[in-house]
Design a protein around this ligand. Structure first.
Ligand code: FES
Length: 329
């Protein structure tokens, strides 16, 4: 039996899909189109702790979405998230903005580590773009709590910067804010070129910003092992290349076109797979993989499970380049 120590980080590999009903205790507008929500246990008791960069899986109407926790993960009595309203998203963010009120119950799955700090980093260089500040904020809180060397570059559109006061309070002069692209780009290159050995880089933001930061770092000789990134989730995934899935039990070979998921391909061929979020966050659609390497794009499997290569999430994950996936269906 595995006991969960109140206030200690949840080991999501041992306690998958642990669900709780919490209560909305606060809602505030954090910036244009961004609303911050605070959830707590109905009796106000301590919640399981979490490491920086963890996600909270939240039931939003008939959707299940993953949001980065923004508060301090040590012995928390609340979970806090900030949600950008996406009119063209899957509807979850609009539901959160339009339907949730203080006092409402909300179904969550306990936090999952997704983007943790490197334990041996000598310095933490954080780069945030727009709503990508949310996981970066929890990294910043941890760096502040444990007195770690930290530096932050945060870029956002004028009037759309969430948690700016939090960032300044936590990082002071170690935080630099940008509302113009050229200023950010210039400072980013200079900052990446002048870091002490042992610095780790963490970033979250729009796909274009992430690609730019990664390319700039790589061009300057940063090793991959010191570059950590968090993409926004399935909405930000590209369409991917076409590939083939073989169903060994049914003796079927299916083409998965670009822009279509394995899950959709199975459904188009009359094969039902249980699913819920269709975003790679809930774990419901997990299917075994008998051969072939998957390009894991989900936020559910742990790194060890992804390395084991014996399961994948067909709602978002695809085949690694040039691979054929075989599944026992
Ligand atoms: S349906 Fe939720 S992970 Fe695939």
């Amino acid at each position: 039996m595995t006991a969960t120590i109140p206030g200690a980080p949840v080991d999501e590999a041992r306690t998958p899909n642990v669900r709780r009903t919490l209560v909305v205790t606060d809602i505030v507008d954090a910036a244009t189109g961004i609303r911050s929500f605070t959830f707590a246990a109905p009796d106000g008791s301590l919640l399981p702790g979490f490491v920086p960069g963890s996600h909270l899986i939240v039931g939003a109407g008939d959707r299940t979405n993953a949001y980065s926790l923004t508060n301090d993960g040590v012995a928390p009595t609340t979970y806090q998230i900030s949600v950008l309203r996406l009119a063209d998203g899957n509807g979850g963010s609009c539901w959160m903005h339009d339907m949730l009120s203080v006092g409402d119950p909300v179904e969550v799955e306990l936090p999952r580590s997704a983007f943790p700090p490197a334990p041996r980093a000598m310095k933490h260089l954080l780069v945030a773009g727009g709503i990508g500040v949310t996981p970066i904020l929890s990294h910043l809180r941890a760096a502040h709590r444990w007195n770690r060397d930290v530096q932050l570059l945060y870029t956002f559109r004028p009037g759309c910067g969430a948690h700016v006061d939090d960032v300044i309070a936590l990082a002071g002069r170690q935080a630099e804010l940008f509302v113009d692209q050229s200023g950010f780009t210039e400072r980013l290159a200079a900052t990446l070129a002048d870091q002490p050995i042992g610095t780790h880089l963490y970033m979250c933001g729009p796909p274009g910003m992430i690609d730019h930061v990664v390319t700039t770092a790589q061009d300057l000789g940063w090793p991959e092992s010191r570059i950590h990134l968090e993409r926004f989730g399935a909405d930000a995934l590209d369409a991917g290349e076409p590939f083939v899935v073989r169903l060994t039990e049914s003796d079927l070979t299916l083409d998965v076109p670009s822009g279509t998921s394995v899950l959709e391909t199975l459904e188009h061929n009359g094969i039902t797979v249980a699913n819920r979020c269709r975003q790679g966050v809930c774990g419901e659609c997990r299917i075994p993989l008998s051969s072939g390497a998957a390009d894991h794009r989900d936020l559910y499997l742990t790194d060890d499970e992804k390395s084991a290569g014996d399961a994948f999430m067909p709602c978002v994950s695809r085949a690694a380049a040039g691979c054929i996936l075989e599944v026992p269906l």
